[in-house]
Design a protein around this ligand. Structure first.
Ligand code: ATP
Ligand code: MG
Length: 439
């Protein structure tokens, strides 16, 4: 009988992956506790209406990506596509937003019916954090520094931080209108999908992956021109605080989120190791969401990171580090190539020297360079042997009783230096053998 397979885009986490995710979650939960966050766990199934009212009807998530469960006796349900809406729903339902502040986190699977590819599944795991009842630069800086602390704890290196300010309700409405007018005047330039977004949700056009559209948008009105003085000052201060704390945020005025509930500061951490699916973590401020879902106005902010992408980044990073380490220590059987230069006497002297070194150091892997050509050609020959270094013996060296050592693979490069012939050279090469043995 034909064996059954997992559903397309939904993957098993085999013990090795499941355990490594578990370890990462454990590390993250320590960091989160340190920042005052408490765990909350939420249902996988919610009402369709929750997401329509929060994520927004004119978004890809609602329009195309929802797994909807029809019910014969009630409103449709959905498999949750993200965690913020459910978390805010729970906070309102249980009165958590009435207490002045809440720092909450959760993790678990999310579901989106997207085209599966590397770093994009239909069931994926997220860790989300939500800070409810907080406004101002301090809360935004804390959220971004929390992200940086998580990356440190998990050993993720080299993530890029992009940031933007979408404005509060008023400035965003003005911007939305200006952008929409700009887009509609140029209707002949856009395809059907862009036109549809331009009419229903113009900010989403900024998110287009189409190169031509992105270039054209260079001329479009920028949100930064529409921010109020207070918003502009807050954003500038946030950037300053982040830089003061060793983050390097890049302002990207086209950064918008795929979920409509964002207001104010939004950001994305991304990786150069993941190809097209580069975003590892994304979030921002959502000051209007609690009210939209029936609670009292409450300023909030949060982010979600994708575990599969975190793990893909860590794998790619480990692979690159292993390669770099192999390059550094020159994963090679040849300790050195001895290159006589110029005079025939150098060749005689080199034969003598090689013989002595091999006798004194039985473990030494020393290759004599034999054959003509200039120095560059000889170095290329040594390089093909994957030698760790060359010992150059020319007229000048012979006169002064030294050899010139050139390391072929060292980081950072130390260039060329001299070692006296005799016992100093023996000692130097003994260390080289030892490094090969331990490297
Ligand atoms: P993308 O632009 O890659 O579709 P998004 O803007 O839809 O991402 P968010 O809704 O902000 O993503 O979710 C936060 C994080 O969750 C993303 O940065 C990513 O790491 C992860 N994520 C989102 N969708 C998927 C998916 N289909 N498969 C795997 N991870 C995902
Ligand atoms: Mg998406």
């Amino acid at each position: 009988m034909k064996s059954l397979q997992s559903v397309r885009g939904m993957h098993d986490l085999l013990p090795e992956q499941a355990e490594s995710m578990q370890r990462l979650v454990q590390g993250a939960s320590d960091v989160l506790a340190g920042f005052g966050y408490r765990l909350i766990q939420l249902p996988l199934i919610e009402q369709f209406e929750l997401f329509a009212r929060s994520v927004g009807e004119h978004t890809d998530v609602i329009g195309k990506e929802m797994y909807t469960l029809a019910q014969s006796d009630g409103d449709p349900l959905v498999l949750r596509p993200e965690g913020t809406a459910g978390c805010v729903r729970a906070a309102i339902q249980h009165g958590l937003v009435r207490t002045p502040q809440q720092r909450l986190w959760y993790h678990g699977p999310m579901f989106r019916h997207e085209r599966p590819q590397k770093g994009r599944q239909r069931q994926f795991w997220q860790l989300g954090v939500e800070a409810l009842g907080m406004q101002g630069v301090a809360s935004e800086a804390e959220l971004l520094l929390l992200g940086a602390s998580l990356w440190r704890a998990m050993g993720l290196k080299g993530l890029r931080l992009e940031i933007n300010h979408l404005g509060g309700a008023e400035s965003r409405a003005h911007y939305r209108q200006a952008l929409q007018e700009w887009l509609l005047v140029r209707a002949d330039q856009w395809d059907g999908e862009i036109m549809e977004r331009a009419r229903s949700n113009p900010l989403r056009v900024l998110d287009s992956k189409d190169e031509a559209v992105r270039t054209a948008l260079g001329e479009a009105p920028q949100i930064s021109e529409f921010l109020s003085d207070a918003e502009r000052a807050g954003f500038a201060e946030l950037l300053e605080v982040l830089r003061e704390n060793d983050l390097d945020p890049q302002v990207n005025t086209h950064l918008v989120r795929g979920l409509d509930y964002y207001t104010g500061v939004v950001f994305e951490w991304s990786s150069d190791r993941l190809g097209a699916q580069s975003a590892v973590c994304a979030g921002g401020r959502y000051d209007e969401l609690v009210e939209q879902l029936g609670g009292q106005p409450t300023p909030c902010l949060g982010f979600a990171l994708g575990w599969e992408r975190v793990m893909l980044h860590l794998d790619a990073q480990a692979e690159a580090e292993t390669e770099a380490a192999a390059g550094d220590s020159r994963d090679s059987a040849v300790d050195a190539v001895l290159i006589p230069l110029g005079e025939a006497s150098a060749s005689r002297r080199a034969i003598l020297m090689a013989n002595q070194l091999r006798t004194e150091l039985p473990g030494l892997h020393l290759v004599m360079d034999i054959g003509g050509g200039n120095l560059a050609k000889k170095l290329r020959r040594a390089d093909r042997l994957r030698a760790r270094q060359v010992l150059l013996l020319g007229e000048d060296e012979m006169e002064r009783g030294v050899v010139s050592v050139k390391l072929l693979y060292d980081a950072p490069p130390q260039g060329q230096f001299e070692v006296a012939q005799g016992s100093a050279l023996l000692e130097y090469l003994r260390t080289s053998i030892h490094e090969r043995g331990s490297g």
